[in-house]
Design a protein around this ligand. Structure first.
Ligand code: ADP
Ligand code: MG
Length: 704
């Protein structure tokens, strides 16, 4: 193997030179031979199959035809000047059109018109099929590269690159020259022989060759599989290795027992029976906390599955072992609500709880800082205000992050630094991520799942109504209110103009106030631009039942828990993403009553908008919704994951290759379990490659 060779700067490749090298670097990020080899084509054109004209069905596919040119004309003037030729293979006729190089083409056609092979992309024009600028394949021409070219690679390129001759074909030529020039000497192998054999994989050399210039479809598939395997296998190895490293580096506080505050709460204060899933998760966490290593755990659970109470019980265990804990929430409204709920749930228990947010007054803030430092405050709840530098704990043993997807990796890292050794970390999220994605995005965390809703919950009934059904909507709302229940009405934030958004909201508020007039009904309103006191005031009125309807922006999206609210109306629902719709719906259905979610939309809907609303109507299951969302939008859009860079795969697709993700995860785990330091001779290749990869990536340094 000769890796150094692959690090050769790209300008040294035959046919490149300094000027093109600059273009390759700037336009494609190709700096070395290796980068070029890993610049994969996005698809291949099949020149091995001869199609019939009568078989053309859709636009957009490259196809090869054999037949005769029966005539041609030169039409138009100046800019519209073109050569049009008629081509038939006996099953139909298509027109071939050239706008450039007309003279040259005319010469070609004079020499060759019967029994020609043409290749191009049929498009429909004036209801007739035609191909512009088809390639006329000369059967006598030599294949200059000696590379099989009946599956021709297509590469992404740019206008700038094309000016330097680096269109798709130009890139293919360079790749071919690299592969041919060094066919037998340059290729490294990154997987142990045994592993390759056991899995019937292609060698890396064969895979790289065939990913660009496959001999046939099977070879192309095998090459794709091999390269995906590499990518996913090493991603999982990195993640697991990182986990091992942090476990070794950081010893954890040992929470050795469950004491009086947990027990008192559990037996005297808890108003309901925990679900089986909640109990199981608490056990999983407790086992972690006693193990002597620092816990880094993700707690997943659909909206309403009861994560808060689970976190509270764990915080009480921390307290019983002499440690403080904190709970960080993404918004002030949510932090305040957590604080109030937890205070209420603890009741008369002598456990110091405080709330710290951006709007905590200076004097109060000073008192809180003191209480945290001297240990009278046992549980600190707040927004990201609680990770600021001047917040110093006496002994922080546990940090809980609610709605993790709203925070970045940096915030998690900051919490680590709040204590030495670092606190145990429990991150909670209701954005359900499919298992394979969780394995990868949060691959350095252990995962617990609350996969059961509290008993007696009735599935929320979701409906999609149009603007013309508004009176029907009012009727449904009235029904709920007359039963003593409450209704949320949410408007989207469009962000283009905050004032316009506010006007929308204001208009909505007025329409609702008009339809539900005083003194019979009361309508409240909250939005992001209100002062915190005003927001609190309105939220409190609603939560006490003093208002029947709360008109709001998405400030109420996450976490808000008002069991008496049984209807969620979402205006302009087509403007929301799926996960956001699901979060909003999760604000109702929290008590024992039948709840409803009503999606209002205009009459005109995009296909995707329609699909999204349909998905919401057809299922309440957050995991199903997340899967659907991934298929619709791809993983790149997943909240909170983009910055991790971890989904930047060249060839693998974390959604479509779900099985391979799981497979490589297990394989990587088995290898590391048996040989954590990768010192066994058979793992030598893996160790070297892994080291190389981990050196390259800054991201990993940030967490560990
Ligand atoms: P989420 O997981 O969305 O954060 P919450 O923790 O806000 O959910 O819980 C939703 C509601 O369910 C709260 O009112 C909570 O008190 C209640 N709850 C939690 N666990 C149970 C349970 N085991 N039985 C009944 N109600 C529960
Ligand atoms: Mg919650």
């Amino acid at each position: 193997m000769n890796e150094d060779f692959l690090k050769t700067p790209i300008e040294y490749l035959k046919g490149v030179g300094p000027k093109r090298a600059e273009v390759l670097r700037r336009e494609f990020g190709i700096f070395t031979y290796n980068d070029l080899l890993y610049y994969f084509p996005f698809r291949h054109v099949d020149k091995s199959t001869v199609y019939k004209i009568c078989d053309i069905q859709t636009e957009g596919n490259y196809m090869l035809f054999k037949g005769d040119i029966t005539g041609y004309q030169i039409l138009g003037e100046q800019r519209t000047k073109r050569l049009a030729a008629q081509f038939t293979d006996g099953t139909g006729t298509i027109e071939l059109v050239w706008f450039n190089g007309i003279k040259w083409i005319e010469d070609v056609l004079k020499q060759r018109h019967s029994n020609v092979t043409i290749f191009g992309k049929p498009t429909l024009f004036n209801n007739r099929w035609n191909i512009s600028h088809p390639e006329i394949i000369d059967p006598s021409a030599k294949n200059e590269t000696n590379i099989p070219d009946h599956f021709f690679p297509l590469y992404n390129t740019s206008d700038k690159a094309k000016k330097s001759g680096l269109d798709s074909k130009g890139v293919a030529k360079l790749t071919a020259s690299l592969l041919i020039q060094h066919k037998y000497s340059i290729f490294p192998e990154y997987l142990p022989k045994e592993l390759i054999e056991n899995h019937h994989l292609l060698s890396l050399k064969e895979a790289l060759f065939n990913i660009h210039f496959p001999e046939n479809q099977e070879k192309l598939s095998a090459a794709t599989l091999r390269l995906k395997f590499d990518e996913l296998f090493y991603t999982q190895l990195k993640l697991l290795k990182l986990k091992i490293l942090t476990e070794r580096k950081y010893r954890g506080h040992i929470f050795s027992h469950i004491g009086s505050s947990f027990n008192y709460f559990y037996h005297n204060r808890l108003k309901f029976e925990l679900t089986g899933a909640q109990k199981r998760v608490i056990k999983e966490i407790y086992a972690d906390l006693g193990s002597g290593r620092q816990m880094n755990r993700l707690l997943q659970g659909d909206v309403g599955s009861g994560k808060t109470i689970t976190a509270l019980l764990v915080m009480l265990i921390a307290n019983d072992n002499g440690f403080q804990s904190c709970l960080m929430a993404p918004t002030e409204i949510l932090a305040t609500q957590h604080y109030e709920n937890i205070r209420k749930m603890l009741g008369d228990m002598p456990v110091g709880v405080a709330l710290l947010t951006g709007s905590t007054k200076t004097t109060e803030r000073r008192e809180i800082h003191e209480g945290i430092q001297n240990g009278t405050i046992r549980i600190l709840i707040g927004t990201h205000a609680l990770i600021e530098n001047d917040v110093v704990f006496l002994n922080l043993g546990l940090a809980v992050i609610d709605e993790q997807h709203r925070f970045g990796v940096e915030q998690r890292a900051k919490l680590w630094k709040k204590n030495s050794p670092p606190p145990h970390i429990l991150v909670m999220t209701a954005t359900p991520i499919p298992r394979t994605l969780a394995m990868t995005v949060y691959g350095d965390l252990d995962v617990s799942v609350i996969d059961e809703l509290p008993k007696g919950r009735k599935p929320i009934i979701t409906m999609h109504l149009f603007e013309r059904d508004r009176l029907h909507l009012f009727g449904l709302m009235k029904q709920q209110i007359d039963l003593g229940r409450q209704v949320f009405v949410v408007y989207p934030l469009i962000k283009e103009s905050e004032t316009l958004d506010l006007l929308d909201l204001q208009a909505g508020f007025e329409a609702m106030s008009h339809a539900f007039p005083l003194p019979h009904y009361a309508v409240g309103m909250v939005h992001g631009q209100m002062k915190p006191e005003e927001k609190d005031y309105e939220m409190n009125r609603f939560s006490k039942g003093e208002t029947n309807i709360l008109v709001s922006t998405t400030v109420i999206e996450v976490g808000i828990d008002i069991p008496n609210a049984t209807m969620m109306v979402i205006e302009n629902a087509e403007r929301f993403g799926l996960s956001q719709l699901h979060q909003l719906r999760g604000r109702v259905g929290r008590g024992g009553e039948q709840s409803y979610c009503i999606l209002m939309s205009g009459d005109k809907l995009s296909t995707e908008g329609r699909q999204r609303l349909h998905a919401m109507v057809s299922t309440n299951d957050g995991f199903e919704i997340a899967n659907f969302d991934l298929k619709l939008r791809g993983p790149g859009d997943l909240q909170g994951t983009r910055q991790s860079g971890i989904l930047d795969f060249k060839i693998a697709d974390i959604v479509k290759d779900e099985k391979l993700v799981a497979y490589t995860r297990n394989l990587a785990k088995a290898i590391l379990d048996a040989d954590p330091n990768l010192t066994k001779p058979e793992n030598q290749i893996i160790a070297t490659r892994l080291q190389e990869l981990m050196k390259r990536e800054k991201f990993w340094g940030m967490i560990s």
